[in-house]
Design a protein around this ligand. Structure first.
Ligand SMILES: [Zn+2]
Length: 523
């Protein structure tokens, strides 16, 4: 370093403006040298310096691994596309877009390329579109640049899908060749246009959403659809793309596409949480989930306009992180105690009825009777609740059925002492959760079951059986956010695929992610 901390602490903007030109030149040389050295140090890690891997925090290691994975996909995609992109670019001018046979041979030796991965894409698709990217103004003096003297520096192909429109129904596969140029300014500075890469903090770990991808946003959206909505394995997706679109993609590329898409969609989580917190009525449920060898839960939060999922442990932490301490809408759940702190909690009767039925069909006489009495009361009340929805009674249902409720409560107190485990359990549950269970009598418009949430889990329970869950924390995160977007769009009767393509496109180009589409009919 040429400037000490002490030197730097004496320099400020005002001082610089007062320097003579000669002084300014001298100090600039030192500043530049220091900046370069600082940048190099910043990029040092165990892979490019003597810094031992053990000196890195665990998340840094993962981050690098991910970054190198991403990079390798870019390289793989790049290699497999037109080969003249990394070459001196006079050859890459507009006139010579279709390289002659000689050129191609010159650029690429036959057989497996040095360093090429075995599973790399060898397919060569015809280019359907060309897109050139130039810098607009000089990176140094800000003057507008003249694109007549340009030099191509990078080129790659992106395969995408165009959706049907009225004129041309069906799907069209496009292959666009993107060429990036540098332009020299009068001031001597050379400004380079590069594909946009967003590597912001709100993505998953360090996944880059980049324009430099083989798979375009529309095609990525189809891959998401096949994987989650159609529940196809990566291998089946690969088979489908080849059979129906004549497209060869490696499993690695398919997997990277899913992970990048999950990272792209991550900011939507905030919108989902906001809607959940603001909801009047919320259904929550959870089902077991395996993340490789870790036993976790797939949680669903379903409101009138949102269906959102998380993979987490079965502790109160997730609920608290999402709902905060003060959620005051109606919360429908099972009897699991993490929900108990929320005031306006309601209970699913279907679970209780199943338990009562189990007792009634059992062999213990007291239990049979308790089961029967529970079923009778709940049956009676359900009829009254349904009736009250269309014809609201003048007296509250709690008053009308007061005698029956008091008698049943006494029975529960008695059965709480039963030696029969399941009888004791149901009686205790009834007493502990009495208010949540019978709150629906005061508000008959509330639902009696948690079917809403259970239905929202069913599709993914089948997928779990096919895929045996997820394999990494990142994979779980990708899965949860993408299926949240899919199910929320479907709930709103909007296409998840058009929306996801827009999200991926925006994140790759550095534009804010669009809001979730609003429900059809309320536009
Ligand atoms: Zn300039």
């Amino acid at each position: 370093m040429q400037l000490s901390d002490d030197d730097l602490s004496q320099l400020d903007e005002e001082g610089l403006l007062n320097f003579s030109e000669a002084d300014l030149r001298r100090i600039s040389v030192k500043l530049l040298a220091d900046l370069k050295e600082a940048r190099e140090r910043l990029n040092q890690n165990s892979h490019n310096s003597s810094r031992p891997p053990s000196s890195e925090a665990s998340w840094e290691k993962e981050t690098q691994q991910e970054a190198s994975n991403n990079h390798s996909e870019e390289i793989e995609d790049n290699k497999s596309s037109n080969k003249n992109e990394s070459l001196p670019v006079d050859k890459l001018d507009k006139e010579s877009k279709q390289p002659s046979k000689n050129e191609t041979e010159e650029l690429r030796k036959p057989g497996k390329q040095l360093g090429a991965k075995g599973f790399g894409r060898t397919q060569k698709l015809a280019i359907t579109h060309y897109q050139d990217h130039f810098p607009q103004s000089c990176g140094c003096c800000q003057q507008l640049l003249n694109a007549t003297i340009k030099k191509a520096t990078t080129a790659f192909e992106t395969i995408d899908l165009e959706w049907a429109d009225e004129k041309a129904p069906g799907l069209r596969l496009t292959n666009t060749k993107h060429t990036y140029y540098e332009i020299s300014c009068h001031c001597g500075h050379v400004t380079l246009k590069e594909p946009h890469r967003s590597n912001s903090l709100d993505t998953l770990q360090d996944i880059t959403c980049s324009q430099w991808r083989l798979v375009g946003p529309g095609l990525a959206s189809l891959i998401i659809c096949l994987t989650y909505r159609m529940r196809l394995s990566r291998e089946r997706v690969q088979e489908f793309l080849w059979d129906w679109l004549g497209l060869q993609l490696s499993i690695g590329t398919i997997n990277n596409t899913l992970h990048e898409s999950g990272a792209a969609a991550l900011p939507i989580q905030e919108e989902l949480v906001k809607e959940i917190v603001a909801s009047q009525q919320l259904h929550v449920d959870e089902t077991s989930w395996m993340e490789l060898t870790t036993f976790l839960w797939l949680w669903v939060f379903s409101t009138e306009s949102v269906t959102a999922y998380w993979i987490a442990t079965r502790s109160s932490e997730l609920i608290e992180n999402i709902l905060g301490q003060t959620y005051c809408g109606w919360l429908m759940s099972d009897g699991y105690q993490v929900y108990r702190k929320y005031l306006n909690r309601i209970r699913c009767w279907a679970h209780l009825i199943r338990k009562a039925q189990g007792l009634q069909e059992g062999l213990n006489k007291d239990s049979q009777l308790f089961g029967e009495k529970t079923l009778n009361l709940m049956g009676l009340l359900m009829t009254a609740i349904r009736e009250a929805r269309t014809h609201p009674p003048n007296t509250p249902l709690t008053e009308i059925y007061q005698t029956q409720l008091i008698a049943y409560r006494q029975l529960c107190e008695q059965m709480k002492e039963s030696t029969h485990q399941k009888t004791k359990a149901l009686a205790t549950e009834m007493l502990n959760d009495w208010e949540a269970i019978f709150r629906v009598l005061e508000y008959p418009h509330l639902p009696l079951t948690n079917n809403e949430a259970e239905r929202a889990l069913r599709h993914w329970v089948i997928l779990r059986r096919i895929s045996y869950g997820t394999r990494t924390e990142e994979g779980s995160c990708v899965f949860a956010i993408l299926i949240s977007v899919i199910e929320t769009c479907r709930k709103r009767q909007q296409s998840p695929w058009v929306y996801l393509a827009a999200v991926i496109h925006n994140r790759r180009t550095g534009i804010t992610v669009p809001n979730l589409p609003i429900a059809k009919g309320s536009e």
